[in-house]
Write a protein that binds this ligand. Structure first.
Ligand SMILES: [Mg+2]
Length: 310
């Protein structure tokens, strides 16, 4: 018997910290704004940029000096992490009015499984997404985007690669659409693939997401072993599953943030940082790589805002 197909959503808050600040500072509504560590020092790092600032070329992780060079009229606000956490929880509570299956993925991203509850609120997943989008905007001023699919990895892919570029902020991706959509994209666009892996895959003759998907798993393992040794089988399977949109992991309500076992990253700071607030800001700007065994699935998270393992 075929089980009913799930309806999973990955919901992302646009320019989250910047959106919270803009909602609370109506005087900056039409001005380019960033949230950045230590506006006094031009060496601070941009943690979030509003769409107006992004339109001027300002990017997350720009040094403040660079950001000012691109946009001299920039409004710079110090991060207020506690406030963002509070708003994030408020948004989570709104999601919980639509389904009890809400899983925190990061401070500004949540997974929702609405398979069982959708028809209480709407006729289609897109209609429900639009309803929640309007609700959250009215309650918090934050604009949210939806990737909709039958599982978490496809929902995440739908959001990152398509919903963010879609005027409605809502995009549904089915497995049948993969050959015409995701598979055509360069491997650099694939979830979990950074610059280093993009290079490796290109050298291996796998330039697109589709080329990874269509390589038989055993062959991909073999190719990766040649490059990375025996222990790369799990990684090969992870990439292969992502490329093929395969993921049977459930949306787990109440997933907690757990500190990763180890963090390998170094950064030279312009001075000593003494207070916990300053240190937080530094940590927030650092990319965090971590990997965790989750039953049969290996999930490696690559986040630049909070420590998190699900
Ligand atoms: Mg976001």
């Amino acid at each position: 018997m075929k089980s009913r197909q799930r309806v999973v959503m990955l919901v992302d808050c646009q320019s989250f910290y910047a959106s919270v600040e803009k909602a609370e500072h109506p005087e900056y509504k039409d001005r380019p704004l960033v949230v950045a560590g230590d506006p006094e020092r031009r060496s601070g790092v941009v943690l979030a940029a509003c769409p107006l600032a992004k339109a001027k070329g300002v990017k997350t992780e720009d040094r403040l000096g660079e950001a000012y060079a691109k946009c001299p009229e920039l409004v710079v606000i110090r991060p207020r992490m506690q406030r963002y956490i509070d708003v994030s929880m408020l948004i989570t509570d709104i999601y919980k009015q639509y389904t009890d299956l809400v899983e925190t993925f990061s401070i500004d991203e949540q997974f929702l499984d609405v398979t069982g509850s959708m028809h209480l609120h709407a006729n289609t997943p897109e209609e429900l997404a639009h309803l929640i989008q309007t609700h959250v905007k009215a309650a918090t001023g934050v604009y949210i985007r939806f990737g909709i699919a039958e599982n978490k990895i496809l929902a995440k892919t739908a959001c990152d690669n398509y919903a963010k570029k879609n005027p409605s902020g809502i995009y549904t991706l089915t497995k049948e659409m993969l050959p015409e959509t995701l598979w055509k994209l360069p491997v650099s666009e694939m979830y979990m693939v950074g610059r280093r892996m993009t290079r490796h895959f290109t050298v291996m003759g796998l330039p697109t997401i589709g080329s990874i998907a269509k390589t038989p798993l055993a062959k991909l393992k073999q190719m990766m072993r040649r490059k990375f040794g025996k222990n790369s089988d799990i990684q090969a399977e992870l990439y292969w599953r992502i490329a093929n949109g395969i993921d049977d992991s459930p949306v787990r309500p109440g997933t907690h943030q757990v500190a990763p076992k180890s963090v390998g990253h170094m950064m030279t700071l312009p001075r000593d940082y003494g207070t916990i607030e300053e240190i937080k800001v530094v940590l927030l700007g650092i990319y965090i790589k971590t990997c965790v065994h989750k039953g049969s699935n290996l999930l490696i998270l690559w986040r630049n805002n909070i420590f998190q393992v699900v």
